[in-house]
Design a protein around this ligand. Sequence first.
Ligand code: 13P
Ligand code: SF4
Length: 321
Amino acid sequence: MNVENMSITTPNEKDKLVEEIKRLKREKKAVVLAHYYQRPEIQDIADHIGDSLALARYASTLKDVNIIVLCGVHFMGETAKILSPDKKVLIPDIEAGCSLADSCDAAEFKSFLKKYPDHTVISYVNTSVGVKALTDVLVTSGNAVKIVETFPKEEKIVFGPDRNLGNYINSITGREMVLWDGACHVHEQFSMEKLLQLKKDYPNAKVLVHPECKKALRLLADKVGSTAALIDYARSNEAKEFIVVTESGILHELEKLCPDKCFIAAPPEDAGCACNECGYMKLNTLKKLYECLRDEKPEINVDADIAEAARKPIERMLELS
Ligand code: 13P
Ligand code: SF4
């Protein structure tokens, strides 16, 4: 079958790509890991879907696998490679970056840390390997509070790069961590005014908010949590309506798991733009996934010395969470 120049325009073409991807996965002993913000068709063909923490765990425990295709963004692929150095790690689109990771340059972070020589460095996993190598322990939004609480209250901590997640952890744990001033362009874009309107329109709806959002929105939440935590909450809560304040790719899994519930995506400030979609996450397509499995590229490689330095805070996170 020739699927070389296929662009997905018909269900038939999509089915052919799905068939080819399944065949290549079998033949090459490849596993596809996908984040909840991926396109629905990618989530559907993945062997495992999850939040950043679950994807890191899968990457560290996979057995009898030659290739990991990380359908997510670049830092997730780097984490997978660091945890599974003997496996080939591929990503469908090498340009799938992360504005939050980009908001923290490793050299600038290093200079910043010089001002706080007696501080423990805790970083969000949405960072480059260079920043990870400067970090004592990494966290995801799924384990951040728990990990920070393993340190004594008086511990001096620098937290990077997300000021919103850092502020959330400070408010929950009563810490005063020094925060790097970074943010995610998607989560910062949600509109407070439109969320208040949605709450009026759906008075019985529970509000689910990712901790990368600004404090004012978090204060309106019934549940603040990682993508996986928000999904768990929606599954177990008896409410029938939920306003979802995170990247809209998560709605696919929510609707699959809870077909009898209604999920309303919160809009960004600028109604003319689709900022509540992460453009980086959406760069990965089914066709690129097929081509990446076929050609075994783009591949993610990490310099051995930096990988060694970055592995320690990742492993520490996995031990503590
Ligand atoms: P989770 O760890 O909650 O999946 O979040 C990852 C992410 O990139 C959020 O923008
Ligand atoms: Fe990065 Fe934001 Fe996209 Fe998550 S949603 S991958 S933090 S840019």
